[in-house]
Each structure stands twice: as C-alpha cells, then as structure tokens.
Design a protein around this ligand. Structure first.
Ligand SMILES: Cc1cc2nc3c(=O)[nH]c(=O)nc-3n(C[C@H](O)[C@H](O)[C@H](O)COP(=O)(O)O)c2cc1C
Length: 340
C-alpha cells in the first residue's frame, strides 16, 4: 500500500528534524568523549603513575635501544654518539629481571651495543667509555642469557630486486623497511603521482577517502618542516622529497568518529609506504606526535588548511647504493596476537 503524498512529506520532515537533533546532540556531547580520551590517556600513558613500572621499563628499553640502532644506520654515524642513551639502556638492563629472554628490548639493547662496539673497533676509536661498556655488556649479556639481536641490517639493492619482480608477495611485505639513506635526488612528480594513485587503493571508512597527501620538494621548506618534526636528525639533510599525510575533518560526522582521521590517515600512510616500496622508492615514516600549538605552527609553514589534521610525515627518495637499516626486530607473536 502506498502512503499518501502528504504523509510521506511529513515523515521526511520528521526524519530530517530527527537527524538534525541527533547531530546537534552529538556536537554537544563531544566534550564528554574527548574527556574520555583524556582520562584513558592520563590513566594509561607512559607518564601515568598507574602504568606498572616494569611495563614502562620494557617500552623505555625498546625506545632507547632503537635510537642506538637508528644512529648506527645513519649515512654518517658520529663516533661515540648516544652516550646518555647507552647509560639509560645499561641502567634498564641492570634492573630488569633476567627472565626476559622474550623481552624484545633486551635483545635489541644487547645486539645494538655489541654492534656499537664493533663499529668503533673498525674505526679504530679507543676510549675508556668503550672499554667500560664492553665489560658491562658482557656481564649483562650473560646475566640475561641473551646474545642480542639488534643493530642494523644491510638492505642494499633491495629496491632493484623489487623492481625486477624477484620477490614473492609475502617476501615483498616482509622486506619493507624504514630508509634513512637517501640519494640527494628529486623523485619525479610523475612517479610520486603513480605511488599515490596506487596507495589510493587503501580502504577508508564508508569509502570517505578523507586522507590527503602534500608533497614538498623545495629544500628550504623541507628543512623548516623537518625541524618542526624533529625526528630526522642525522639524515634530514638528504631528504629531498617529503610527504605530509593529513586528513580532512570535514568528512567526519559523529562524535564516535572524533579520532577516525588517524585511523584512515594511518591506513593511507601505510599504503603509501608499501607503494613506495613497490616502485623502488625508499621511505621513512616520521611521527607527528605534537601539541596543538606545534601542529598549528606546522600547518602554517606547510600551507595546510585548518580543517585538516596532520597524521604523519613520510620522507621518500631513491635509496643510496649501500643501504643500512635499523634492524628493528619484532616482538614474539604471542605478545601481539591474542586469540579469544
Ligand atoms: C608513525 C610512525 C612514526 C615514526 N617516526 C619516526 C621518526 O620520527 N624518525 C625515524 O627515524 N623513524 C620513525 N619511524 C620509523 C620507525 O622507527 C620504524 O618504523 C620502526 O623502527 C620499524 O622499523 P621498519 O620500519 O624498518 O620495519 C616512525 C614510524 C611510524 C610508524
């Protein structure tokens, strides 16, 4: 049975009003959800007094050990770099329980320090700091019964193999790495276009496709943006091509979607990383974990409109002939996969 036209109009108006009311209510209640985000972060972040000390130490160990790995993977590693971080790592190794064979941080720390010592030995640098470090790491290593699995890996010519289609799909996925060894060369814009076009296959909520990508190839601008980002020390000078991934807030409707920009923007960024890899272009994701004031400043310099949130940056470029990457070992699978 068909409804009379008047009744249909009434129902449509009612539906419109209901939707408007719901959306206004969503906007009104948004601060409560943001408060929920705030409380979660306050309670559970690294700074929180409620986060168990051992958990904090585990993450700290990974963080400091990775900074050592990164230092070793830079185009020009500075002799005796990272002394403060090494002291922190040693302190964490001393206080952590020796039953942490599964602790990825312990493996990374011991492996990285051993490579740090090898690096200096090859350079012929001798220093009391290195002598003390060697005896300390040997004792820590035997206490933990861990020989170490950290430092760097040689990934030279990987991009060539990929371009030649030598790798199977799984091998391709497993071979992606963060590149910090770039040639000082522009990536042609046609190639960037191809990379982004392929990455557009990334999924997005309701196919909203709110993620955006901004390309910078002007040296001064890149230098300014990387200084504001702050995580590319040691290789920033070689970055000739920089992507900024952002996400358009205009596309998000409900308060439940308040953080969706980071999910969709993150997925898009991941697709870009793989797409770069597929086209033989090295990439290094760069965090944009900034305060509101910093983001505002960054957007001004980058000429990004206020309705876009900055998700992260990606340095891209042709890798040098010899590429050394941080080993960045992965956690045991059972720490990550919980089967319910
Ligand atoms: C969101 C995000 C932010 C990152 N920020 C930085 C950064 O600021 N500087 C840097 O050198 N590497 C950065 N990285 C790279 C990580 O260190 C790297 O992905 C991790 O160690 C795993 O190594 P892999 O990418 O080589 O597999 C970032 C990665 C992600 C996903």
């Amino acid at each position: 049975m068909e409804l009379p036209i008047k009744q249909v109009r009434f129902l449509q108006t009612f539906e419109r009003l209901y939707l408007k009311l719901r959306q206004s209510l969503d906007l009104l209640l948004l601060p409560f959800d943001s408060l929920y985000d705030l409380v979660c972060f306050y309670l559970h972040c690294r700074l929180s007094p409620f986060t168990p000390k051992s958990v904090k130490e585990t993450y700290d160990l990974i963080f400091f050990s990775h900074s050592l790995e990164k230092g070793l993977s830079l185009p020009e590693t500075r002799p005796l770099f990272g002394k403060n971080n090494i002291s922190r790592i040693l302190h964490l190794l001393r206080i952590s329980e020796p039953d942490t064979v599964r602790n990825v941080g312990v493996q990374m720390a011991i492996g990285s320090i051993k490579e740090y010592l090898d690096f200096h030995q090859k350079l012929g640098v001798s220093d009391q700091f290195l002598i003390d470090l060697e005896s300390e790491i040997n004792s820590v290593s035997s206490r933990h019964k861990v020989s170490g699995n950290g430092g760097t890996k040689d990934v030279s010519n990987l991009e060539l193999k990929i371009r030649d289609g030598v790798l199977k799909y799984e091998e391709f996925l497993l071979s992606r790495y963060s590149c910090r060894n770039f040639q000082k060369k522009l990536v042609p814009q046609e190639l960037v276009t191809k990379i982004i076009h392929t990455a557009q296959q990334a999924p997005s909520q309701c196919n909203r496709q709110s993620a955006r990508v901004h390309l910078y190839q002007e040296k001064d601008k890149i230098a300014q943006l990387l200084t504001l980002q702050g995580g590319s020390r040691g290789f920033a000078d070689d970055v000739m091509n920089l992507l900024v991934i952002s996400d358009d807030l205009n596309s998000w409707v409900a308060r439940g979607e308040r953080n969706q920009c980071y999910v969709d923007g993150g997925l898009f960024a991941m697709a870009i990383l793989y797409s770069c890899h597929a086209y033989g272009i090295g990439s290094c994701p760069l965090n944009f974990s900034k305060t509101g004031r910093k983001e505002h400043e960054f957007k001004k310099v980058a000429d990004i409109p206020s309705h876009e949130r900055v998700v992260m940056l990606i340095a891209i470029g042709f890798p040098t002939n010899k590429v050394v990457a941080a080993r960045s070992i992965r956690s045991p699978l059972d720490q990550v996969l919980k089967i319910h």
